[in-house]
Design a protein around this ligand. Sequence first.
Ligand SMILES: NC(=O)c1ccc[n+]([C@@H]2O[C@H](COP(=O)([O-])OP(=O)(O)OC[C@H]3O[C@@H](n4cnc5c(N)ncnc54)[C@H](O)[C@@H]3O)[C@@H](O)[C@H]2O)c1
Length: 361
Amino acid sequence: MTSRHGRLRAVIVGCGGIGKTHARSLDRSEAVERAGLCDVDRQVAEALAHAHGQEAVYTDMARMLAELRPDIVTLGVPTSAHAALTVQAAQAGVKGILCEKPMAKNLAEARRMIDACRESGTHLIVNHQRRTTLPLRRMRELIVDGAIGDVTLIRASCPGDILTDGTHAIDSMRYLAGDAPVDWVFGNVYRTPVDPAKPIGKGCVDVGGWRYRHGCPIENGGFALWQFATGVRAELLCGELRIPGRGYQDYTVFGDAGELWRPGDARDPNLLLRTDATGGWKPVQGCAPEDTADTFAANYDRLARDIQRGVSEHPLAAENGLRALEIIMAIYESARLRSRVSLPLDQDELPTDIMARDGTF
Ligand SMILES: NC(=O)c1ccc[n+]([C@@H]2O[C@H](COP(=O)([O-])OP(=O)(O)OC[C@H]3O[C@@H](n4cnc5c(N)ncnc54)[C@H](O)[C@@H]3O)[C@@H](O)[C@H]2O)c1
C-alpha cells in the first residue's frame, strides 16, 4: 500500500543500534517512508519513535504487519532472528525486505529465506552497504580500468568477529573481485574465555563464560585466505588479528603495477592510489567518506525501483548475501576441520556452534 505521497511504506523491526540509522535514512529516502516501528523492548521502540516524531509502535512484528500492511520490512534484529522474521514477513506478503547482515547464522537458514521470498515474490536484500558507496565503486572502476595492473591479492583488516564485522569485508572483497566464484577457503579462529576484569566487547554477552554476539558464539581473532576462480587471492584479518592502528574496514588491493588502499570507513581521503607514476600514496579525487544514512537511503530508493518495475537489479541482492555467508561458514568449517575447504560448501550448520558443543571452540 503506497502512501499519499506515492512513496512505499517501510517498517523497522529492531530499533537498537542499526535500527536508529535506518530510521534516519528513511527520513532521507525519496521513494520510501517510515510507517511503523517494532521492538520486543517497547521502550526502545518508543524512544526511537519519540526521536523521529510520533508513529505506530509495536512489540510484535506479525501484529504490525497485519495492521499496517507495509510494502517493505527492515530487519535490524540480532543475526539469529533474521531467518524466522524474513520468512514470516515474506509469508505475510510484503513486497520487499531489507535484512541486516550477515544474512543468517547458517546456510540452511539463508536458503530458507531465499526460498520463502521467491515463493511470495518478495524482493530480499542484505545490507552489506559498502559495495554501493562511491569509494568502493571507484575502486572497482580503477581495477577494471587496469590502474594497478593485474590484481593478485585483496587484503582486508577489521576489528570485531568475522560473522558480524568480517562479513562486510568479505562482501567488499567479493565486489572488488567482480563477484567471482570462490574455489577454496582456508582459515582459523580462536577464542578465550571471558575475562570478568576486562570489557566483554561491543554487543557481546557472556554465555557460560564464553562470548556470544547476536545469538552466535564468536572468536577473539580470525584469519582467512581464499582464492577466487579468477586466480585472485583474498586475505582477511579480523578482531585481535587485525592490522594494528588501521581503521574499521581497511581494504588494500595489490596489483602487479600498483596498489589501491581504502583506509577504513571514517578516513578522509577514503581512497588512495600508489603506482610508479604517483610515486607515493595519492588520494583519489571525489572519494570522501559517505554518511551511512545517505548510503542506506539510496539503497531504499533502489529497492523501491526494483519493486515498482518488477526487476531484481539491486546490488545488495540476497544472492550476494548468501555468497558472503558461504565464505564465512567456510572459514569456520576450515577451522573446525583443520583443512582447506572447497566451495560450494556442504555444511548447513554454523560450524562454531558445532565446535562450541564439542568443546573445541
Ligand atoms: N549494516 C551495518 O552496517 C550494520 C551495523 C550494525 C549492526 N548491523 C546488524 O544489525 C543487526 C542488529 O544489530 P544492532 O547492533 O542494531 O543490535 P542491537 O542489539 O543494538 O538491536 C537489536 C534490537 O532488536 C530487538 N529485537 C530482538 N529480537 C526482536 C524481535 N523478534 N522482534 C523485534 N525486535 C527484536 C532488540 O530488542 C534490540 O533492540 C545485526 O544482525 C547486526 O549484524 C548491521
